[in-house]
Write a protein that binds this ligand. Structure first.
Ligand code: CUA
Length: 315
């Protein structure tokens, strides 16, 4: 990878291959239009230069048919390119259900990565080859942008919200990872390495990290520490929504709308509990904005997610 100049970065994810085709399509279209316009210009310049004997009479009259035809043809061509690109973009944000969640928190000036098993890394990301990975991005301070050119992915990490994208690495190896949004003094140094490993090697690597607790277990401890269990716990006398079986389900809201209980909804409910109140419950939850860091939030979300697989208790 290093020390070699090439037209494209390595193609190391399934998505990267598709992006290469889109890129080739855009280049081909641009070159075609360029050659058409400049070719005609040059031909006319030479043919009708001053003093040439070319026939200047019998000029073709422009008709509305010609206008409509070329306008429609270019419209269809460029809408086709747009649809192609938009389709790829939408695909990037629709992870398959079996994708592994990896949390990435941007911070001046480093990337903090947490695996579901509680393993942590900084400015590094280890992933297994051939398995879909879903990244959940957040930021602790300003807007950063998580970019892996070899995977052809990049996504802003925005303070105050979760952004998700996914990829399936296809080639074992080391690839560069960057911050692609100017975020202050050390922006240029905010990057690291993505290491794609064979699944067996990856499992060994996970085991070697010596993590004692999974994200969900750490989240469970925080859930008690911040007093969430006081209201949401089974023994509570406060009328608060139960969280078992919540994740991934639609939640009827007091406003009459319905929200999907995903990472973002749970995060928002902790920080801005009044924004989307579950139907049938009084809006009594206090906001935890400013008290819980992004690191802790993602653990609590992981904990609530882990409750999602259990049976919803009868009430
Ligand atoms: Cu973070 Cu640039």
């Amino acid at each position: 990878m290093e020390g070699k100049v090439s037209f494209l970065p390595a193609t190391a994810s399934a998505y990267a291959g598709e992006m290469n085709w889109l890129f080739a399509g855009l280049i081909a279209t641009s070159v075609f239009i360029l050659l058409l316009v400049f070719g005609l210009m040059i031909v006319f310049c030479v043919r009708y230069r001053k003093g040439s004997g070319a026939d200047r009479g019998d000029r073709m009259k422009k008709t509305w048919r010609v206008e409509v035809a070329w306008t429609a043809a270019t419209f269809v061509l460029f809408m086709g390119l747009y649809a192609w690109g938009a389709n790829l973009y939408i695909e990037l944000h629709r992870p398959p259900l079996d994708a592994t969640d990896i949390h990435v928190v941007g911070k001046q000036w480093m990337w903090k990565v947490e695996h579901p098993g509680g393993q942590k890394e900084i400015d590094a990301l280890h992933v297994p080859v051939g398995r879909p990975v879903r990244l959940v991005l957040s930021s602790e301070d300003v807007i950063h942008d998580f970019a892996i050119p070899a995977f052809r992915i990049r996504q802003d990490a925005v303070p105050g919200r979760y952004e998700t994208l996914w990829f399936t690495p296809t080639e074992v190896g080391d690839y560069r990872l960057f911050c692609a949004e100017f975020c202050g003094t050390d922006h240029a140094r905010m990057g690291g390495t993505v290491t794609v490993m064979e699944p067996g090697d990856f499992q060994r690597w996970l085991d070697e990290q010596g993590s004692t607790e999974s994200l969900a277990q750490e989240g469970a401890a925080l859930f008690r520490q911040f007093g969430c269990s006081g209201c949401h716990g089974a023994a509570s006398t406060v009328h608060a929504p139960p969280l078992e079986g919540l994740f991934g389900r639609p939640v009827p809201l007091a406003s009459g709308e319905t929200a999907m209980a995903d990472d973002r909804y749970i995060r928002d409910s902790i920080l801005m509990p009044r924004a989307q109140v579950a139907a049938g419950y009084p809006p009594i939850m206090p906001s935890f904005a400013g008290q819980i860091g992004e690191d802790e939030l993602l653990k609590i979300v992981a904990y609530i997610k882990s409750l999602g697989t259990k049976e919803r208790p009868a009430r």
